[in-house]
Design a protein around this ligand. Structure first.
Ligand SMILES: Cc1cc2nc3c(=O)[nH]c(=O)nc-3n(C[C@H](O)[C@H](O)[C@H](O)COP(=O)(O)O)c2cc1C
Length: 222
């Protein structure tokens, strides 16, 4: 499966079956986690066969069932931590999808105490990402009209449209899609959050999608 198919087929999945993640997949995923941690100066960790984080009231309220594997998004407490967690977390989400696994970003409806034990002083737990073999593949989310999420004066370049198409497929907290991409001077793109809870995590996620869709060498972030 290529990354474009992964972006199209990925939907949040909250119910999992009891199949463990096979060793070879776990190793492949771990290599990608290591690469993300190195590139983003993060301390993302993979927890497997750990039922506590999704065993309490919060997860029950959030309609999660049988989540035993998850990524813990941790990094140094800096101003850009949430955005970086979003950016690299989504890279891992799409990698997992390409490996045949399902995922769900979770910032609220999980129990923090077990994953928090992994946090060292100076670092912060941003959120987690549930991971495993879903009972279903989930369903596509409703999307705002593209016109509300970008600003381009004049003719929209094809690469910008491809970036927008893929950004619309990205997960955002409560499907809020509170972001805007604007085309500035000569291949510079401004990406902004327009508010909402967890919106800087969302911003990192949608920027990753936009980059994949548009092609990294077609533009630069302003
Ligand atoms: C930053 C972030 C936080 C999220 N937190 C939760 C959560 O706490 N509980 C939950 O059930 N879903 C959570 N989600 C999943 C969103 O509800 C879901 O991504 C959105 O409705 C879009 O659906 P899709 O992922 O199927 O495209 C979160 C998503 C993001 C991006």
């Amino acid at each position: 499966m290529d990354i474009f198919t992964a972006m199209r087929d990925r939907h949040s999945v909250r119910s999992y079956d009891d199949r463990p993640i096979p060793d070879d997949l776990r190793k492949t995923l771990q290599a990608e986690i290591d690469a993300c941690n190195a590139a983003g100066d993060l301390r993302i960790q993979l927890m497997t066969d750990e039922p506590e984080a999704f065993g309490g009231m919060m997860a029950h309220y959030g309609k999660f069932s049988d989540v035993r594997n998850y990524l813990v998004m941790i990094g140094p407490k800096n101003a850009d931590l949430d955005e970086k967690a979003g950016y690299y977390g989504e890279r891992l989400v799409l990698k997992a999808q390409m490996l045949g696994l399902n995922t769900c970003w979770v910032a609220l409806t999980f129990s923090r105490s077990r994953p928090k034990k992994l946090v060292v002083p100076g670092d912060k737990l941003v959120c987690v990402i549930a991971l495993g073999y879903g009972v279903t593949q989930g369903v596509p989310h409703k999307s705002k009209p593209m016109e509300r999420l970008y600003k381009v004066d004049g003719v929209m370049p094809d690469w910008f449209r491809r970036g927008m198409d893929t950004a619309l497929l990205a997960p955002t907290a409560v499907n809020q899609q509170k972001f805007r991409f604007s085309l500035a001077d000569k291949g510079a793109v401004v990406a902004e959050s327009t508010g909402g809870a967890y919106s800087m995590i969302d911003l990192g996620i949608v920027k990753y999608h936009f980059e994949v869709g548009a092609g990294k060498d077609m533009f630069h972030w302003a």
